[in-house]
Design a protein around this ligand. Structure first.
Ligand SMILES: O=C(O)CCC(=O)C(=O)O
Length: 360
């Protein structure tokens, strides 16, 4: 790759942007380049922000003590939040402050590497790895860089990605993934109980399931109101756990047709329901539409961990939830085809969930 182009954050083959971070660090940009201007985005309900509802908080300690016989109603709250909101902030989740601090340092350190170090984690036409993937010259771009990789099953990890990360980041991520796997399985088991199905029916699909991670880096932007950090979408997962690693808020969710900012507590993890759980619950749990905005002062780093069922599984509404009076709302589909469909819909901005919906 030609060094001058690379240093300026541009891709070799076109004028497309490989890294927003490096594009703006080489130039003193006071207005946003046209490729990033998104006048098509729905505004935040900011005019009424004083009366906007706050994102519900779920306490993991209380969930666990409810399970052990206490009666704090936290489990009931979890069910109702997942039906009404599809997103909550999880506190007392058990991931230690020291691990979260290490994760912050190591991810910050990664994005501070020179661009030619980071492009080693990138291969042409591979959706995984570092940087942006541009499909057409007139495509509108998000204001952020990302590093996306499959992390589980371990044999699906690409040799030039996870195994080649700087050793400190790699071992921190290993510990972090292990913690989040435990949290995800616990939450999925409880969510099964909320559906009145055997926890195993849900949990065994996700144990050693497909998992991936998107580390997002959003540089400060001179005109944040004109751009989008990540465009509105739902996740294809069972659940997603998002960590706003350096404590900078930016996530927004759509509730009852209105965009609401997520002002998370420090060190809380943000958990959202994805399309797979909406399908499995036959529409009871809601896969929430969300997006991320950026700001003019601070960089923002987030890590989203995506939890899917096993590759070899089939996704459909749980049979114990459907009957002639309550017919399945979604088609049955094998995981591999599901993933192909999800990612091709993501590219076109259309809803994969709607595509799978049965028209009764
Ligand atoms: O960075 C964020 O806040 C959102 C990330 C996200 O929605 C995603 O990676 O799918």
């Amino acid at each position: 790759m030609a060094t001058s182009k690379l240093a300026s954050g541009l891709d070799q083959s076109s004028h497309s942007v490989l890294s927003v971070q490096h594009l703006i660090s080489k130039q003193h940009i006071s207005s946003v380049p046209q490729q990033f201007v998104r006048l098509d985005q729905e505004p935040l309900a900011s005019a009424f922000s004083a009366s906007l509802p706050t994102i519900p908080t779920i306490d993991m300690n209380q969930l666990l003590s409810d399970e052990a016989g206490a009666d704090s109603n936290e489990v009931e709250k979890l069910f109702s939040v997942c039906k009404e909101w599809g997103l909550f902030q999880l506190v007392n989740h058990g991931v230690s402050d020291s691990l979260l601090e290490k994760l912050k340092q190591d991810t910050e350190g990664f994005f501070q590497l020179p661009l030619d170090e980071k492009v080693k984690y990138r291969k042409p036409d591979d959706f995984e790895g570092y940087g942006n993937h541009i499909l057409s010259d007139d495509q509108k771009l998000d204001w952020g860089d990302r590093f996306y990789m499959v992390t589980n099953p371990v044999h699906k990890r690409k040799p030039h990605l996870f195994p080649e990360l700087p050793s400190s980041l790699r071992s921190t991520l290993e510990s972090y993934i292990e913690e989040l796997q435990k949290i995800s399985i616990k939450l999925l088991g409880l969510l099964a109980i909320g559906l009145k199905v055997e926890p195993r029916e849900v949990v065994e699909l996700f144990e050693d399931g497909m998992q991936s991670m998107r580390i997002g880096y959003y540089p400060p932007c001179p005109q944040p109101e004109l751009v989008m950090g990540i465009s509105a979408h739902t996740d294809g997962t069972g659940i997603t756990i998002l960590n706003q690693v350096n404590g900078v808020n930016g996530l927004q969710l759509k509730k009852d047709g209105v965009w609401i900012p997520v002002n998370a507590l420090s060190n809380a993890l943000l958990v959202n329901i994805g399309d797979v759980l909406e399908i499995m619950s036959n529409g009871i749990y809601k896969s929430v539409e969300h997006r991320a905005r950026v700001n003019c002062k601070e960089e923002r780093i987030s890590i989203a961990m995506f939890f899917y069922p096993k590759f070899e599984s089939e996704i459909s509404p749980l049979t114990s939830l459907t009957n002639p009076n309550n017919p399945p709302l979604f088609k049955r589909i094998g995981m591999e085809n599901y993933l192909k469909g999800f990612f091709s819909h993501l590219v076109t901005g259309k809803s994969h969930l709607e595509h799978l919906r049965i028209k009764h």
